[in-house]
Design a protein around this ligand. Structure first.
Ligand code: PLP
Length: 461
């Protein structure tokens, strides 16, 4: 760490944090009486805390975000140059980075054509929900307004996205939620709901969506919102055949397909988007975290020309346009950073690296599974991986969440930051999460899994 902080600065920063910052997803009583970690600097795959301790970051900033790694001077420079030229103008006008980034993005998304800028994953998802509702009014007299979402999927922390929230632990105590959102079953074969496997399981899980559409009435269902690979809900990869069938069902009942790429988007699975792994043709794609790797706050809602055309001005209807604005969708730092982020991914071949390192990491995790009975399943795509910890491989009973926390803490103590699924509801927080930056080397991957190996031995023997 080459920071300029002295001990007085550090203790001031720690005191100010303890006194005034309300941290995300944090039980503060434990946090304040413990030893809070404040991350001061980052370079490449590594970050340093207030004590100068170095960590290999296996979670890209904690939540699948810093895809190209820390300390990228070219992104900082692109942002600086843009801010000096023009920091902001509302998106009702155009901008140089807004135009150029949308052109670049669309070039990687065949079939899509329009980019709507905003600044968080939740917000991008809400834009789709609003469009779906408006389309329902324009085309179906308001009737086809329901939005389906899947058990265990997460789409954000706002009221409408929580209403489409499949993780009970994130939604409990925040009701009443918004009406018109309907849950469908998840597609996780490891915790199977049907006595089937492989393609038959994938088709059955998709058929469950059709059953919900029929029960609700197809004339009331406008869209379905799905993660290509479920992230915080447990790193859930789809069974074979699932997406083919989901798409058939969407076509059959005229249900728009909204793919939430907030985690998978921009390289995380080894292709630009997770949906491209599964041959999906979406009507809407939303993205946020990896779009600018955390160097600026930017999110995008991307859709087809067909959807766009529905909102084109029509003199006979003064309401016939998307009556929405996102103030900071006009912040020019976002697309400037995002454009440079994409250039880096291309020039450094990071999609290929992600695929190769993802395979290496999956191999390492499978080897750990042979050694540690507590690992019940390993799943993932590219550098988006999870290891589910169970007390018994037969019953698949989840291990005590305290032990999961112990493994995460021990990895941290040994200099590797890993994650785990949400806390709060026992039995749903037993998945260790790994999402190193796309620049990870073989040595980095081995360091992560060697550390997890030692931490598992310490916690479970
Ligand atoms: N969608 C998914 C799949 C996410 O994992 C998240 C956040 O973790 C969101 C949406 C919400 O994004 P944001 O926190 O930027 O609002």
């Amino acid at each position: 760490m080459d920071g300029v902080f002295n001990e007085n600065d550090i203790s001031h920063i720690v005191d100010a944090d303890k006194a005034h910052v309300w941290h995300h997803l944090t039980q503060h009583k434990a946090f304040e009486t413990g030893d809070p970690r404040i991350i001061l600097e980052g370079k490449g795959m590594r970050v340093w805390d207030q004590k100068g301790k170095e960590y290999l970051d296996a979670v890209s900033g904690g939540v699948w975000t810093v895809n190209v790694g820390y300390g990228r001077e070219s992104i900082a420079k692109a942002v600086y140059d843009q801010l000096i030229k023009l920091c902001y103008f509302a998106q009702s006008a155009g901008s140089i980075p807004g135009s150029l980034f949308s052109e670049k993005l669309i070039s990687k998304m065949p079939g899509m054509s329009r980019v709507y800028y905003c600044n968080s994953g939740s917000e991008a998802n809400e834009k789709v929900f609003k469009m779906v509702r408006q389309i329902a009014h324009k085309k179906y007299g308001g009737k086809k307004h329901k939005i389906l979402f899947r058990d265990r999927d997460y789409h954000g922390g706002t009221l409408a996205t929580m209403s489409a929230g499949g993780q009970e632990e994130r939604v409990a105590q925040y009701g009443p939620l918004a009406p018109g959102f309907v849950k469908v079953p998840h597609c996780m074969e490891y915790r199977a709901q049907w006595d089937l496997s492989g393609e038959a399981y994938g088709q059955r899980a998709a058929d469950a969506i059709e059953e919900v559409i029929l029960a609700e009435g197809p004339e009331t269902v406008g869209a379905i919102c799905l993660e290509p690979v479920t992230a915080g809900g447990g790193v859930i990869t789809p069974p074979p055949g699932y997406w083919e069938r989901v798409q058939e069902i969407c076509k059959k009942y005229d249900v728009l397909l909204h793919i939430d790429e907030v985690v998978c988007g921009i390289g995380r699975t080894g292709t630009w988007f997770g949906y491209q792994q599964y041959g999906i043709k979406p009507d809407f794609v939303t993205m946020a975290k990896g779009v600018a790797s955390g160097y600026a706050a930017i999110a995008c809602m991307v859709t087809t020309e067909e959807v766009f055309d529905m909102f084109k001005d029509d003199a006979s209807d003064p309401m016939n346009y998307f009556r929405d604005i996102s103030t900071f969708g006009g912040c020019a730092a976002g697309p400037a950073a995002a454009l440079e982020n994409m250039r880096i991914i291309e020039d450094e071949n990071l999609l290929d690296n992600c695929t190769a390192m993802g395979e290496r990491m999956m191999g390492n995790l499978e080897a750990l599974m042979e050694k540690h009975k507590v690992i019940g399943d390993v799943r993932g795509k590219g550098l988006f991986l999870g290891a589910e910890l169970v007390a018994d491989r037969g019953t698949k009973e989840a291990v005590d969440e305290k032990l999961v926390g112990q493994v995460v803490a021990e990895c941290g103590a040994q200099g590797v930051l890993i994650g785990a699924t949400n806390r709060s509801i026992p039995g749903l927080n037993n998945v260790l999460c790994f999402s190193p930056a796309l620049i990870a080397t073989a040595d980095d991957i081995d360091q992560i899994t060697d550390t997890v190996d030692r931490a598992l031995t310490k916690a479970f023997g």
